[in-house]
Design a protein around this ligand. Structure first.
Ligand SMILES: Cc1ncc(C[n+]2csc(CCOP(=O)(O)OP(=O)(O)O)c2C)c(N)n1
Ligand SMILES: [Mg+2]
Length: 559
């Protein structure tokens, strides 16, 4: 049924369409270009989080999309806002996350003159998004917003950008709403599943690798049950550790940065690799070294919801065009002829995983980040959400922390710095009752550290850990490998991050010895405030298994 004639503005129609599609949170930095939208949001049941930087707003929206599978939504202003936000758009692209960004645009009558803050969004975002458009006809606002939900979520999910010329938003429209979008599903056919059963029947050393997006808690439970029943060993891809219980006896570990060499050897020795979701990109494929491209010697079964990803890098033995969730449901119904060798291999792989991750490695300095991670692992609730960005500090998270519950790790596969702060804010907005941690490097943190003000503004008791080694450690590590002893542009002089927290109205603590971490953490929780724990890390402690001085020495010996 059509709405009464001209009953609302295009901005109101847009916001109504968001409500219909189940949007509960939007993130923004305001701009004069979309004031009618802000005005409409006031009267709707949508929570606004106002941010300090559009990169933060976009990453918060991305984090919501990643965690829920429903598009995360943000609003930013024209040129300067949109370009700031591009960092979050790129994360959504590489992570296959559904996300919709609305961006202001100049009035239709002055377009193409390079008016104030004007940008050609289709040109700027064209290669990063699944679809970038501009709404020139206010009567088409609900159609195009509805399409954005379909485009962002279907096939391989990703970001959509919609530009809103200023004068369009305040025009009155008579257009009807579209009903709520419904996820478009892709399921495997009987033929593909029969072929998979035949491949499994002859597999001596199969390995399942889980990755990508379009999972669900049900799918995770199903794949765990399948692994229990069949004995099939299961690994997870880079930053997809929450797709499988790490303490499940068939869990083989994660194929990410700095993986267990024994897992890499297992993956290389597999005679059947079943990649469920994910693209086996540069990081999980260990620099494209795991499989030969374009013709892998290992038989590869690739399951992906985006048809264009199948056969893109590797010519698979069997390509299955399906979402991970639908594929796993079909796999649960498949009659699989199991081989006792699978279970033995899975037991060995799991034992190797536990041995690799159980105990922190010795480190130079008084704070051992591995021991901090094992302490957190053993002391925080299983539904705690941990968010992080990029830096070597994350190696200790990957190796020693264990993500017990589904979607408890929110981190970018694009390894974008500055993600851990905004992601934690978004997760605490989404789950006010859960403990949310943001673990950062010192470089990483100050890329989005201003968003701590937002945590204070909305009383979000996130606990932020800043791992301060006084440098852009990852880059320094590469520098020492390639140009030993020639330090340039990698040193950092840091503030007192605990004092920083207090200046914003939060709780702050400095930790200079591992043994002091539990008390600082307890005090942070008791404060009920957004908190920062400033960890002093020795610069030589560059990786769980290497020192900076050792890397330099090896490089000098080679030179
Ligand atoms: C936005 C962005 N800029 C630059 C980089 C390149 N980069 C990767 S890790 C890193 C250093 C991270 O430093 P820090 O956060 O202090 O962590 P550390 O490696 O010292 O533990 C840099 C500059 C990146 N990944 N993302
Ligand atoms: Mg650092």
């Amino acid at each position: 049924m059509h709405q009464p004639l001209k009953s609302r503005t295009a901005a109101e129609a847009l916001v109504d369409q968001l409500v219909i599609n189940g949007v509960e949170h939007v993130f923004c930095v305001p701009g004069e270009s979309f004031l009618p939208v802000l005005n409409a949001l006031r009267d709707r049941d949508i929570t606004i989080t106002v941010c300090r930087h559009e990169g933060g707003a976009a990453m918060m929206a991305e984090a919501i999309g990643k965690a829920t599978g429903q598009p995360g939504v943000c609003f930013v202003t024209r040129g300067p806002g949109a370009t700031n936000a591009s960092a979050g758009i790129h994360v959504a692209r590489q992570d296959s996350t559904p996300m919709i960004m609305f961006v202001g645009q100049v009035e239709r009558g002055v377009k193409e003159r390079e008016a104030f803050q004007e940008l050609d969004y289709r040109a700027v975002f064209g290669s990063m998004t699944k679809w970038t458009t501009e709404i020139d006809d206010p009567e088409r606002v609900t159609e195009l917003v509805s399409r954005a939900f379909y485009t962002a979520t279907s096939g391989r999910p990703g970001p959509v950008v919609i530009a809103l010329p200023k004068d369009v938003l305040s025009e009155r429209v008579s257009v009807a709403n579209a009903p709520a979008f419904k996820q478009v599903e892709t399921s495997p056919g009987e033929e593909e599943m029969a072929e998979l059963a035949a491949l499994l029947a002859t597999a001596e050393r199969p390995l399942i690798v889980l990755g990508g997006s379009r999972w669900s808690l049900t799918a995770r439970e199903q794949i765990e049950q399948i692994a229990t029943r069949t004995g099939l060993p299961v690994a997870t891809s880079y930053r997809r550790g929450t797709l499988f219980d790490p303490l499940h006896p068939r869990y083989a570990g994660d194929l990410g940065l700095g993986p267990n060499p024994k897992l890499v050897a297992r993956a290389k020795a597999a005679d059947l690799l079943v990649l469920v979701g994910g693209r086996l990109g540069e990081i999980p494929s260990q620099g494209y070294a795991l499989l030969d491209s374009p013709a892998p010697l290992t038989r590869l079964v690739h399951i992906h919801p985006g048809a264009e990803e199948l056969g893109r890098v590797y010519r698979p033995q069997l390509a299955i065009h399906a979402s991970p969730a639908r594929f796993v449901a079909a796999l649960a119904r498949l009659d699989i002829a199991t081989n006792p060798s699978w279970r033995e291999a899975a037991d060995a792989a799991h034992a190797d995983y536990l041995a690799w991750t159980e105990t922190a490695t010795p480190q130079p300095g008084d704070v051992n980040l591995g021991e901090v991670m094992t302490w957190l692992r053993d002391n925080v609730p299983a539904d705690t959400i941990l968010c992080n960005g990029a830096g070597n500090y994350a190696s200790w998270i990957h190796r020693f922390y264990r993500f017990r519950n589904y979607m408890t790790h929110i981190a970018p596969t694009s390894a974008s710095m500055g993600y851990g702060m905004p992601a934690a804010i978004a997760m605490q907005r989404l789950h006010p009752e859960r403990l949310v941690l943001s673990v950062n490097g010192d470089g990483d943190f100050l890329m989005s550290g201003q968003e701590f003000a937002i945590a204070v503004q909305y009383s979000l008791p996130i606990i932020v850990v800043v791992c301060d080694n006084g440098m852009y450690g990852t880059i320094r590590m590469h520098q020492e490998r390639e140009f030993p002893g020639r330090v340039a542009a990698t040193e950092l002089h840091n503030p007192d991050f605990a004092a920083y927290a207090r200046a914003f109205g939060g709780f702050g603590a400095n930790v200079e010895r591992t043994a002091d971490f539990p008390a600082a953490f307890a005090a942070a929780r008791e404060s009920g405030l957004p908190s920062i724990i400033h960890l002093k890390i020795d610069a030589d402690a560059i990786l769980p298994g290497a020192t900076l001085s050792g890397i330099r020495k090896t490089a000098l010996e080679k030179a």
